[in-house]
Design a binder for this molecule. Sequence first.
Ligand SMILES: [Zn+2]
Length: 668
Amino acid sequence: MRRRPCLSLLSFVLLIVCLSPLLVLNASVPAAAAGPSVSAWPAGIFVVRVYYETAEDIGRLSSFDVFEYNNLASKYVLAAVDRAGFRQLQSLGFRVAVDEEETANFRLLSIPLGEQDGAVGIETIPGYSCYRTVEETYQAAQALATNYPSLATWTDVGDSWEKSVGQSDGYDMMVLKLTNSQIPGDKPKLFITASIHAREYTPAELATRFAEDLVTRYDVDADATWLLDHHEIHLMLQANPDGRKEAEAGRSWRKNTNENYCGVTSTNRGADLNRNFDFRWGCCGGSSGTPCDGTYRGPAAGSEPETRAVQNYMRSIFADQRGPNLTDPAPSNATGVYLDLHSYSELVLWPWGFQSALSPNNSALQTLGRKFAYFNSYTPQRSYQLYVTDGTTVDFAYGELGVAAYTFELGTRFFETCTAFQNTIVPANLPALVYAAKVARTPYLTPLGPDALNLALSSTSVEEGTLVTLNATINDTRYRSGTGEPTQTIAAAEYYVDTPPWVEGAVAHAMAPVDGVFGSTAEAVTASVDTTGLGEARHIIYVRGQDAAGNWGAFSAIFLTTTPTAVELLSFTATGAKKAIIVNWETATEIFNLGFNVYRATTEGGTRTKLNAELIPSVTYPGSQTGGFYTYTDVTPNNNRLYYYWLEDLDWFGATEWHGPVTARRNR
Ligand SMILES: [Zn+2]
């Protein structure tokens, strides 16, 4: 979370205002002498700042409910404690201070049933009507699969713990897969899990809205369309449904609900699923071996059915692209992106979490992390920089499979207000998720390149054969400011019509810099698109740019609709003959033409009289011709009188077009 820079205001009065929410209690001084007595501490559970000296100190907090938050500048983490926990922290030698603002936020989650803010439906989370419950999330996903069967499937990939032991209120572990199934083939994959920590409300809803946004924009927005045509997006919208159900009732529930750990009815029971994954499970002091603890890693790697469902699913969609040693890098052209959505503290995290040493793909992971952070303005850093964790989702995805893997810590509290969620979290993060899908083909390469922005066509619907001007901006500077990500000048830009470069037969067309020379880190580019032969169809124009280091960036796309050329006449003549006038015409193109009618008038603007009895040619379905020669002989005109002849062509869709007039006199 971001704290207001109160101290920089340098006003003594404001300084007091800033500090007043903090009840500072230093463990080195007896509490009674330090200030308020024990009885003045908040009752129940409250949130404290636990100040540390070294990162290792944080490792000694595993028996506490430590949030996914670390103030690196002031060197403290946040933890929820009761009075006994507070004393325990002090006795461990930590300096501890009550954070009243965070305490107030934390207590928002225990709003009792009945105090709903106009909630929609009985299931909606009390007080938080913008967050769908497990049941509502599942219904929304099922609705997408039902309403868009060629784009969405909703699949059971395992059981929650409660279901696995036969409890009636357990859940299936479900995955929503989005792709245009009409287009076959092996496609790059983005996999997202959300709310694996139950009390983190925003992740599941963000993932659900991402899915709904993509599917409903298919055929409406060019980017959503090509992403679903050529990629697969897999979403486990509720990665801990049993635990989530507890959190929906207002409990600060993080783990699953496994009754074998910490007692059947204890509200501290369960395993922390995000410490239960196979890779480096329990290796490094980043989890707890005590069943009642918030980061209890379970009795064995992958002991929990939810963990196994996620792991098995990942292994089923991603090939193992990384060698067995910690120092083996995934190849630079490795494919696939995995995102684990959590809350809170506005971070983008990448492996490793279990050790401070850099992963062998750290440079590329960092580049994409800084790119994500451009969109959501979060802080990009290695997971370890939050604090040490082991057995986590992202270390597994990257460590075991070589997939580019990230944790997003959304927002500024577990139970984010709907206002903040809808006005800030959704708009800041949807573009990051779209970008993740765009680069899933080669996540270690594409994010190095520039973005293609502001695509525009001089006309979005033209008759084929018309030249259309395509404009765009190519920008290589879009990384979180201050991260030091290298940017280069733009060196090239190109566009493709309908067939992107990963499909056979793709043809690249160069785009030129508007100012005549490539040389800036952001360049306006342009091209004249020849639409000859594009027929009647809606096309996708793909645009991308390359920087001076040779990196091609992600594509953006725009729709262009072309309509068939109306009949184009090469010649149209009327010639006087003996007792007749011969009308001839020849066509260059007559795509979708049904045929012609010949009309005659006695003056140029006079009434036109149709002469032929049936359409010329006299077939009902002439098809799409590229040209033809036609003749009509008018035997009815008077001698030596000037006549005006018109042609009317008629297409399959009932549209007509007039050609003419041409004139002639009948000879003797
Ligand atoms: Zn979490």
